[in-house]
Ligand binder design. Structure first.
Ligand code: NAD
Length: 295
């Protein structure tokens, strides 16, 4: 079924996601504050509105893909009163759990169907429509959103009530940040002990050290030909984005009263690495930090 979809936030992720919805046959109208957004949207075959409010006029589904919680709340505050009851509004940004819950509350005041549905898969996943969505919200909102999410991704998991999608996202990425730091540290220790990268990989990838950070995103060149280490850590999952997610995990841990000593350590490491000018490098480049290699 073709829907009228308003897509707000046409950045690195939002633009290809919106283009995939258009390619799936929907009537998509976008909006973004960036000065070059109109030209980029039109080049991708999307209609472009002059404001968020104009974009959502007549839309049956609204999607936001914005940097942080404050941007999401600001846009949702602007548009919720414009939407008829029952309209589905999905936020796909990665934001703090508290803001996500506030966004759901805003929507509920206007009888909207609301979902937090952050993604994993990065810009390649956004372009190739292979993202994984982690959704929080009422069952009815998830069921209404599912077919649309599956036109931008390959998997959509209903994680629970409002905010559960964000919770799943930051817990997953905290595992990732910690495990990458561990894998990188082990390779540096192996180097000092005279162990070849391949030998450590062959053992750990088939033993209890096995994990995604090792077998898919291996921080040394060679053992996994497609990992960012083979192309000087670019492109990939940027250190700055990993740091953002780790900070969100630490905010959540503080407000929920959870002990998070490993997440805190990982956040501190990536913050130092970013300060050295590596915010744009794939996060596996943290291995150079452990080697003490100056940038
Ligand atoms: P981006 O900075 O490329 O895009 C965000 C866009 O939002 C920008 O174009 C900006 O102009 C626009 N924007 C900001 N405030 C706005 C407003 N009030 N109204 C309209 N537009 C506004 O970021 P991105 O890489 O597309 O990421 C978007 C979200 O997805 C973030 O929350 C990020 O953490 C998350 N995410 C990104 C990746 C990735 O690999 N890039 C992966 C997973 C999740």
């Amino acid at each position: 079924m073709s829907e009228k979809i308003a897509f707000i936030g046409l950045g690195n992720m939002g633009l290809p996601m919106a283009a995939n919805l258009r390619n799936a046959g929907h009537d998509v109208i976008g909006f973004d504050l960036a000065p070059n957004a109109k030209i980029l949207a039109e080049t991708a075959g999307l209609k472009f509105a002059v404001s968020a409010v104009r974009a959502v006029a007549g839309a049956s589904i609204v999607i936001t893909m914005l940097p942080m919680g404050k941007h999401v709340l600001s846009v949702w505050n602007e548009i919720v009163a414009e939407l008829p009851a029952g309209t589905l509004i999905i936020d796909c940004s990665t934001i703090d759990v508290e803001s996500a819950r506030k966004a759901h509350e805003l929507g509920a005041r206007h009888d909207l169907l609301t979902l937090d549905a952050p993604v994993s898969g990065g810009t390649m996943g956004a372009q190739g429509a292979t993202l994984t969505f982690m959704a929080g919200g009422a069952e009815a909102a998830f069921l209404r959103a599912q077919p649309i999410l599956l036109q931008m991704g390959k998997r959509a998991v209903h994680c629970g009530i409002a905010g559960a999608g964000q919770a799943a996202k930051i817990c997953n990425n905290m595992i990732l940040g910690i495990s990458m730091a561990g894998v990188a540290e082990a390779f540096v220790l192996g180097e000092k002990l005279g162990l070849s990268h391949q030998a450590l990989f062959d053992v750990a990838s088939t033993s209890s050290g096995q994990c995604w950070a090792l077998t898919t995103n291996c921080p040394v060149p060679g053992p996994v030909p497609n990992s960012p280490a083979n192309r000087d850590y670019k492109p990939g999952f940027a250190t700055a984005l990993m740091l953002k997610d780790l900070k969100l995990s630490q905010e959540a841990a503080l407000s929920a009263g959870a002990a998070s000593p490993m997440g805190a350590q990982a956040a501190a490491l990536y913050a130092l690495f970013e300060k050295q000018g590596h915010g744009g490098d794939d996060f596996s480049a943290i291995i150079n930090f452990f080697r003490g290699i100056p940038h």
